[in-house]
Design a protein around this ligand. Structure first.
Ligand code: GN1
Ligand code: MG
Length: 365
């Protein structure tokens, strides 16, 4: 955590005059450090220290975000939206450079307007899931015609083949001496490797396109208003070309999980079909650009993301917890086991999911 004086000094460079005590930690992201700052005139801002060990090219990262936010604002204005200020993120320029981020020694910072009366949620009911599905379909549709090429802020971010290579490398290196104790989970995950890399093979055969996606659509990366309407998607660091079902699968990984992402009591974890059905219905209503193949891959996506996240958490556990923030020594292992339990539950329901998607795609619907 950064000391209060540094925070106040950084804020000032974005033209935000906040007393040190008026800058407080916000949210529970696993990568960046986030704060809420209140300036002398009572206005609120979100300040983030960008984790540049993970996002190595901050200039590219902010370039992507500048393009995406400008594009979304333009689309909203064009559609006659009267609430653009609350439906898109607005970053402040650094007074001296005009850029949307500040380099301060070895650290990087950005500041954005805090969206008033917005809330994040850790759980959602079926109606909330349906509305959110519609909002995601719209979000992806808005980004479909962005003209400026966006870079990959983390190369191969949702590439399951790459994630498995990193996993195998971590098992072989066994840097923290933890592999022996988790052999059962390692084997379960490796056994599914072939099936879970189907999308990459389909892409190589030209059967599955890549589109601009958010790539981190977990539930707490969405802002809602106090009536439960979706305002906007936040945490845009990972917006990049990917399979469109990334956003579908990653949202359900959190929203359809009956337990917490890091539940230690595995009996609380399970895949909730009511949330799946409601979200799929909303999403398919607005994501009208999907090909039949993309639609047929939606149940696959619902299993791919718990799987990918289990692999990523376990990889980090084997590497000695160098990537995700952890609150206690086995945290990444607990997370990996919880994601694996969610995967098993989703696997059991894949047939049911496929039937439901097919029913939504019938011509009469
Ligand atoms: C990270 O920053 P945060 O907490 O929203 C991660 C996601 C994972 C997620 C798991 C850049 O997201 O990919 O799905 O944790 N972001 C990055 O909770 O790795
Ligand atoms: Mg986040």
């Amino acid at each position: 955590m950064t000391d209060q004086e540094t925070l106040a000094r950084v804020a000032a460079q974005f033209g935000v005059e906040a007393a040190p005590n008026d800058i407080r930690p916000l949210g529970n992201g696993l990568i960046n450090d986030t704060y809420i700052a209140t300036s002398a005139d009572g206005k609120k801002y979100v300040m983030q220290r960008i984790n540049n060990a993970i996002f190595k090219d901050v200039d590219l990262l902010q370039h992507n975000i500048d393009c995406v936010t400008a594009h979304i604002r333009h689309k909203l204005d064009e559609a006659g939206c009267r609430d653009t200020e609350r439906r898109s993120l607005k970053f402040l320029p650094v007074a001296e450079t005009g850029k949307s981020y500040l380099r301060d020694g070895d650290t990087y910072w950005r500041v954005m307007d805090y969206i008033p009366d917005s809330v994040t949620r850790e759980t959602l009911d079926a109606e909330g899931a349906r509305i959110t599905g519609e909002a995601f379909g719209e979000f992806e549709a808005m980004l479909a015609d962005i003209q400026i090429p966006l870079g990959e802020t983390i190369p191969g971010f949702h590439d399951m083949e790459l994630r498995l290579r990193q996993f195998e490398e971590a098992i072989a290196a066994d840097r923290a001496g933890r592999a022996e104790g988790v052999r059962d989970l390692i084997d379960e995950l490796l056994d599914r490797g072939e099936a879970m890399t189907e999308a990459e093979r389909m892409h190589r055969r030209g059967e599955l396109p890549k589109r601009i996606c958010h790539c981190d659509t977990k539930l707490n990366n969405i802002l809602f208003d106090r009536d439960g309407n979706v305002l906007c998607v936040i945490d845009l660091d990972t917006v990049m070309p990917s399979f469109v079902f990334s956003d579908f699968g990653d949202f359900l990984r959190t929203a359809a999980n009956t337990g917490a992402e890091d539940a230690s009591d595995l009996s609380t974890v399970g895949f909730d079909m009511n949330i799946f059905r409601a979200f799929a219905e909303g999403y398919l209503k607005t994501a009208t650009f999907l090909t039949p193949t993309e639609k047929s891959m939606l149940p696959y996506a619902a299993t791919l993301f718990p799987y990918m996240q289990a692999v990523r958490f376990l990889t980090d556990y084997l590497n000695g917890d160098t990537y995700y923030k952890v609150a206690y020594p086995d945290h990444n292992l607990v997370r990996a086991r919880a994601q694996f339990r969610l995967l098993q539950s989703a696997e059991e329901k894949r047939g049911e999911m496929a039937q439901y998607i097919a029913s939504l795609c019938e011509p009469s619907k």
